[in-house]
Design a protein around this ligand. Structure first.
Ligand SMILES: Nc1ncnc2c1ncn2[C@@H]1O[C@H](COP(=O)(O)OP(=O)(O)O)[C@@H](O)[C@H]1O
Ligand SMILES: [Mg+2]
Length: 277
């Protein structure tokens, strides 16, 4: 596969270019022993953009997210959030600065209800430490906000359901809501549509389209249809390296991308020029 470095941004970039960066990755590198999971990746994510990250399994996408959210520290290179170097900050410190994320594998409390999951995430925001045996009804402000959040995402009638009984699609939606509870300015979504049925995909896309335009969204996603409707800029990783980046439709047509995704959904609708990003 082509690992030739064609990392120059494609011409015709939208006005996003002129927005200040929400995230700046500078020569970001993460090694696990001999393996370079992320190698020398430099990227700028403008405020308010919808930014996609694609690449084959093992390309380093999740590792990159872990470097952004602080679960991992870089071997070298830096991450800046709104101009501040956060490379050495812990995940909670980065949350305080406006970073929110979801995980490739859904992380909710399966034994708790949707309401309780949301209430917990919201209590994290107000920083009143969760007391394990504090009665739920005393979390009044959070309860109200939980109801508001669930209603705004069409899960209002699901509040009393045990999370473990939700469909996979509803779980993904709940996860996005949990990430939104901390009121992030930058939201990282790791494969939000993975494993979803076509109908569930439509639901999660609808949810994503309702997110505030001010919110910067970075999304790892394999599904080209999801990417086309959810992001306007795509960066391609392979073997930890940035292969190319550019407007979604242009990147889809990039020879290296077609090669990486040959046989997958990538080339379906490649001629779909009408769709605007
Ligand atoms: N904690 C870790 N320790 C060692 N190797 C890891 C670790 N996390 C990821 N890797 C390796 O780094 C590479 C990139 O993994 P990952 O970032 O999960 O890829 P992707 O999300 O693109 O599928 C893979 O080869 C994976 O096995
Ligand atoms: Mg991954």
């Amino acid at each position: 596969m082509s690992t030739t470095s064609t990392t120059e941004p494609t011409a015709g970039a939208p006005a996003l270019d002129r927005r200040p960066p929400a995230l700046e990755l500078d020569k970001l590198t993460c090694r696990f022993g001999e393996l370079t999971a992320v190698g020398n990746v430099s990227l700028t994510v403008p405020e308010g953009s919808r930014f996609g990250i694609i690449g084959p399994n093992g390309a380093g996408k999740t590792t990159l997210f872990n470097l952004l959210s602080g679960e991992l520290r870089p071997t070298s290179g830096t991450v800046a959030l709104f101009g501040k170097d956060v490379s050495k900050l812990s995940p909670p410190q980065r949350v305080q600065l406006g970073l929110g994320r979801t995980f490739q594998v859904v992380r909710v409390f399966n034994m708790l209800t949707v309401r309780e999951n949301l209430t917990l995430a919201l209590s994290g925001l107000s920083r009143s430490k969760l007391q394990l045996f504090r009665p739920w009804r005393t979390y009044r402000a959070q309860q109200a906000r939980a109801e508001e959040l669930a209603a705004s995402f069409g899960l209002g009638d699901r509040l009393e359901l045990i999370a473990g009984e939700l469909s996979h699609g509803e779980l993904r939606e709940l996860e996005v809501m949990l990430a939104l509870a901390t009121e992030p300015k930058v939201l990282l979504l790791d494969e939000p549509a993975a494993g979803l049925s076509p109908a569930e995909r439509v639901d999660i896309l609808a949810l994503l389209s309702r997110l505030s335009k001010e919110l910067t969204v970075v999304m790892i996603e394999h599904d080209m249809q999801v990417l086309r409707s959810a992001v306007d800029w795509v960066a391609v990783l392979d073997h930890g390296e940035l292969v190319t980046q550019g407007p979604t439709l242009e990147v889809q047509r990039h020879p290296a991308v077609r090669e990486l995704y040959l046989g997958s959904a990538a080339h379906q609708g490649g001629e779909h020029d009408g769709a605007s990003a």
